[in-house]
Design a protein around this ligand. Structure first.
Ligand SMILES: [Cu+2]
Length: 182
């Protein structure tokens, strides 16, 4: 009788052991599945972020970039360029290693006088060329580190809301230049 009870006990113990080992075997699979799903979710998130990233937006096409040479001791200058964005963008900021600050200005006529007005940002409608030119919208170079001489190059970093930062090399033309010769 004792022997039979011992047998049943052993059988019960064996079943518990088998159940336990089944659960512990299943556990890593479950963890792997969770890890796999997490990876999938992560990949989707990363892909989403990449698609939303400004670096993937169409670059803005910059043409006819030039700056006017400055007179000795003149620490302000002007640069002009033409911008075109295929999908539409906004020029929100400009900087240059050659200038303390670059501002976006618009020339406005008031009472027969020509005035310069600060512009916060420049909207570029999709597919349309926006030209910055003398007498209109221009990039005002403030606190120039040295006078600009014809033949020099000026470096501009254009910050667009969608396309991100684009570096442009601008040719310095003569003091009386009105634009690059096509
Ligand atoms: Cu100005």
């Amino acid at each position: 009788m004792v022997g039979l009870r011992k047998f049943f006990f052993l059988e019960k113990e064996a079943k518990t052991f088998a159940r336990l080992s089944r659960t512990s075997r299943r556990q890593p699979c479950k963890s792997f599945l969770v890890l796999f799903l997490k990876k999938e979710v992560l990949s989707v998130l990363v892909l989403g972020l990449c698609l939303a990233s400004p670096a993937l937006a169409a670059p803005v096409v910059v043409t006819s970039a030039w700056a006017r040479a400055t007179l000795p001791h003149q620490d302000e200058g002007a640069a002009y360029l033409t911008l075109q964005s295929k999908s539409g963008d906004t020029l929100s900021d400009v900087s240059s290693p050659e200038a303390g600050m670059v501002m976006l200005h618009e020339t406005a006529q008031k009472g027969g006088m020509s005035n310069m007005v600060d512009v916060d940002h420049l909207y570029l409608p999709a597919g349309q060329s926006v030209a910055l030119a003398p007498g209109g919208t221009h990039l005002m170079l403030m606190d120039l580190k040295h006078p600009l001489q014809a033949g020099d190059t000026l470096h501009l970093a254009l910050h667009f809301e969608k396309a991100g930062t684009q570096n442009v090399t601008v040719k310095v033309l003569g003091v009386h230049a009105t634009g690059p010769v096509p």
